[in-house]
Design a binder for this molecule. Structure first.
Ligand code: UDP
Length: 238
């Protein structure tokens, strides 16, 4: 068996990734495909933590724009991530992949609370740990939760799954000349004002010297290639 480049990874999946081409919610077919991709890397012996977003269901900013109290709207956003986490864990169970959901907000009847030591134990036992409810605090995002949980569990890299297969010099949908960065340093990304993750998440990864690989979850085999250390998407490094 060829060795993977990383032993432990933190995969950030946006809520939109679960939606596919639908306008809202969870597309079962898409979820099942993503689970298949995750299963492939688990079978390589890689320990996988997942931070899941909630944008396919609810975003705090959007709620606040309609006049809702921002913190209330953010808590609703965090609850949306719990639903996504449960859907993902259930799809994993159906695909014979062991998974546990840990929530940053306590909902003990539904999922485990986030307990760092227990999360690490699950990972060591080969279970996928899905971190729900972001950081548990309003005014943050699940990108920041990914940087935080990645740092806490000692992940060697954060894999940010997006719709685009990396970071480009310009928007590839608008500019046919846009070039993909294969590798870029944190400082260079800041210098070029590239939005790799939100600013808080990016700063935390940079401080912790936690590399980020941006890639497309919709490209078959891309997740596996990133984990094998191949040139896939964009690697942001110290
Ligand atoms: N959220 C929050 N604190 C966190 C993480 C998320 O308040 O630590 C809320 C916020 O309202 C956000 C929503 O949960 O809009 C969904 O998360 P996010 O927008 O990051 O999801 P994604 O864009 O990845 O689907």
């Amino acid at each position: 068996m060829t060795a993977a480049a990383y032993k432990r990874i933190l995969l950030k999946l946006s809520g939109e990734a679960l939606m596919g081409d639908d306008a809202y919610g969870i597309n079962e077919e898409v979820v099942s495909r993503i689970v298949g991709e995750i299963g492939d890397v688990v079978r390589l012996g890689v320990q996988v933590g997942v931070v899941i977003g909630g944008g396919n269901i609810f975003r705090g900013m959007k709620g606040a724009a309609t006049g809702m109290d921002r913190a209330t709207a953010d808590y609703m956003g965090m609850l949306a991530t719990v639903m996504n986490a449960m859907a993902l864990a259930d799809a994993m169970r159906r695909n014979e992949l062991e998974a546990r959901v840990q929530s940053a907000l306590r909902i003990d009847q539904v999922v485990e609370p986030y307990i760092r030591g227990r999360a690490i134990r699950h990972l060591e036992e080969g279970r996928v740990v899905i971190f729900a409810a972001g950081t548990g605090n309003p005014f943050f995002t699940t990108d920041t939760a990914a940087a935080l949980r990645g740092s806490e569990i000692g992940a060697q890299i954060v894999l940010k799954a997006t719709k685009v297969d990396g970071v480009y010099t310009a928007d590839p949908k608008k500019d046919p000349e846009a070039q993909r960065y294969h590798r870029i340093s944190f400082d260079e990304a800041i210098g070029r004002s590239l939005a790799v993750m939100d600013a808080t998440a990016f700063a935390l990864c940079r401080d912790q010297k936690l590399p980020i690989n941006v890639f497309s979850i919709f490209k078959p085999g891309a997740l596996r290639r990133v984990v094998m250390g191949e040139d896939e998407g964009t690697l942001v490094h110290s």
